[in-house]
Design a protein around this ligand. Structure first.
Ligand SMILES: Cc1cc2nc3c(=O)[nH]c(=O)nc-3n(C[C@H](O)[C@H](O)[C@H](O)COP(=O)(O)OP(=O)(O)OC[C@H]3O[C@@H](n4cnc5c(N)ncnc54)[C@H](O)[C@@H]3O)c2cc1C
Ligand code: FES
Ligand code: FES
Length: 479
């Protein structure tokens, strides 16, 4: 079934919007059309969390409550989901939700501008986990900034929610909402609005048919890069095809050789899946944007953007990952090594989309990754480094090292790798390997870091890697 009207659940009812503007943000709709002004606008670029709302999405017959940034979400992507705003947390009898009450009890608000966003981030955590650790509290609010209260009262409020009875109006209504979500979950969307086109196919076959007639079209996955064209550059995006509506592309599987990640899989799912194979991948993802960003952003979007500071990219390069591309007729598989051409340019051609990403499963290799940014949470890397090492009998058998933030593209440190490969890792070899980085990279100075800082950090991360490997006694005998 195809429709030009989107449907979503709001306040336990199906809401319909006829022919919406595909470039309108959800935040704008909430504040100006729904007239709910609890949700605030701070930065309009996903960085402050004031606009955080929660979406309920059906997954395996359950509702998955996701905090997202409504300022960088396009309205039509609301199709088939439940919209929950800060105003909706108050019960019919006027009593506050336990999350709101905890913020009152622990004085978690002063001017109040950030408060609705914090409430919604904590609400999403509260609905997801029956128990949560202190680290999960901090993680859940990593995408929310507060200028006046300070974070301790908010953290204390969140801690007080541990072991609280989780029954609230949302759990009481869950069955009804699931039934409503099932009713509206089965259609593809095609919208023509004042010269703008928006497609949200449900199947790959539909996607290909759309591509046949619309070669010059922008793929929208999480929208955490693309939407900024509208919210920051103030430009229109005239043709959009929404990839995250395609369920067939939302998967992670492994076949004993590699992990395959479908293009629409949000990073938050990769973050938990990959931990048992490559714990450092998860460690980096936990510092990738915020939960609001990772709830929607994808690896495919990160690869297609090809930013020199895209965090997944050095990790994937060092793990020798492949990217699977499709067009109308063919599937092409590239090693990521061969995929990036120049600054933000890739081998991706018009009419081609990223179908999936393949990461080899670990064998005898040790993988480590490091991110250095000005701020620990929700910040873009100054330098990101990834090391993938295989140890032979007496020496390093092979090593793949890749850096972000050191060149116009995410790039391997080939000269440095050559020094380390087939070597016994002595202090002298480490010195030579660090020196080789000067041959590999000529970093630039920009607002995030100076050229010399970047080079110094890259060298230090290489040394840190060697020291940590030694401490784990993986290559200790070779020092
Ligand atoms: C507040 C904030 C914090 C951020 N923090 C980080 C960070 O810490 N580290 C980091 O690396 N990045 C960060 N980013 C950037 C961004 O989140 C990532 O690049 C993200 O992975 C993009 O994925 P997406 O699914 O949102 O892509 P989108 O924005 O939907 O798309 C990005 C580009 O990829 C193309 N594209 C998307 N899917 C496909 C596909 N299947 N096939 C072909 N082309 C496709 C789009 O057309 C577009 O050109 C941040 C962004 C924001 C707003
Ligand atoms: S307004 Fe700042 S994250 Fe949306
Ligand atoms: S209470 Fe004022 S910004 Fe947080």
């Amino acid at each position: 079934m195809t429709s030009s009207n989107i449907e979503f659940i709001y306040q336990n009812k199906i809401f319909k919007i006829k022919n919406p503007d595909s470039n309108e943000t959800l935040l704008n709709y909430i504040r100006t059309k729904l007239k709910k002004t609890g949700t605030k606008e701070g930065c309009a670029e996903g960085g402050c969390g004031a606009c955080t709302i929660v979406l309920g999405e059906l997954k395996n017959n359950e509702i998955n409550y996701k905090a997202i940034n409504s300022c960088i979400t396009f309205l039509p992507t609301l199709q088939g989901k439940q919209l929950i705003l800060v105003e909706d947390l108050i019960s019919k009898d006027g009593s506050l939700h336990p999350v709101q009450q905890a913020m009152v009890n622990y004085h978690g608000s002063q001017c109040g501008f950030c408060t609705p966003g914090f409430i919604m981030s904590l609400f999403s955590m509260y609905k997801k986990n029956s128990r949560f650790k202190d680290s999960e509290i901090k993680d859940s609010i990593a995408g929310n900034l507060c200028r006046c209260t300070g974070y301790q009262p908010i953290i204390k409020a969140a801690k007080s929610l541990k072991n609280k009875n989780k029954i609230d109006q949302f759990s009481n209504n869950k069955k009804d909402i699931i039934n409503l979500l099932k009713k509206i979950n089965n259609k593809s969307i095609v919208i023509y609005y004042k010269g703008k086109k928006y497609f949200a196919p449900r199947y790959i076959m539909e996607l290909k048919k759309i591509l046949k007639k619309n070669v010059d079209i922008d793929f929208l996955s999480g929208g955490t890069d693309l939407s900024l064209i509208v919210t920051k550059e103030r430009k229109d995006i005239n043709s959009i095809i929404y990839m995250n509506s395609i369920r067939e592309l939302d998967y992670i599987k492994n076949n004993n050789k590699y992990i395959e990640i479908g293009a629409s899989t949000p990073l938050i799912e990769l973050e938990s899946y990959i931990e048992k194979y490559y714990p450092d991948f998860t460690k980096i993802l936990k510092r990738y944007g915020s939960p609001q960003i990772r709830n929607v952003a994808t690896v495919a979007g990160n690869i297609a953007t090809a930013s020199p500071i895209g965090d997944c990219l050095p990790l994937l390069l060092s793990l020798n990952a492949k990217v699977v591309l499709q067009d109308l007729k063919k599937t092409k598989i590239f090693f990521l090594d061969d995929f990036f051409i120049s600054y933000r340019k890739t081998k991706l051609k018009k009419g081609q989309f990223i179908h999936s990403i393949r990461i080899p499963l670990p064998k005898d290799n040790t993988f480590k990754a490091y991110k250095v940014s000005k701020r620990f949470d929700d910040d873009i890397s100054s330098v990101c480094a990834a090391f993938n090492l295989e140890i032979g009998k007496n020496k390093v058998r092979s090593v793949r090292i890749a850096f972000g933030g050191m060149a116009a593209i995410p790039k391997r440190a080939i000269y440095c790798e050559k020094i380390l490969s087939n070597s016994i890792v002595t202090d002298e070899i480490i010195y030579k390997a660090k020196k080789a980085l000067e041959k590999d990279f000529k970093p630039i100075s920009d607002m995030r870091a100076s050229r010399s800082y970047r080079m110094e950090v890259a060298k230090n991360l290489l040394e840190k890697f060697c020291v940590e490997i030694k401490q784990k006694k993986l290559i200790g005998v070779y020092f």
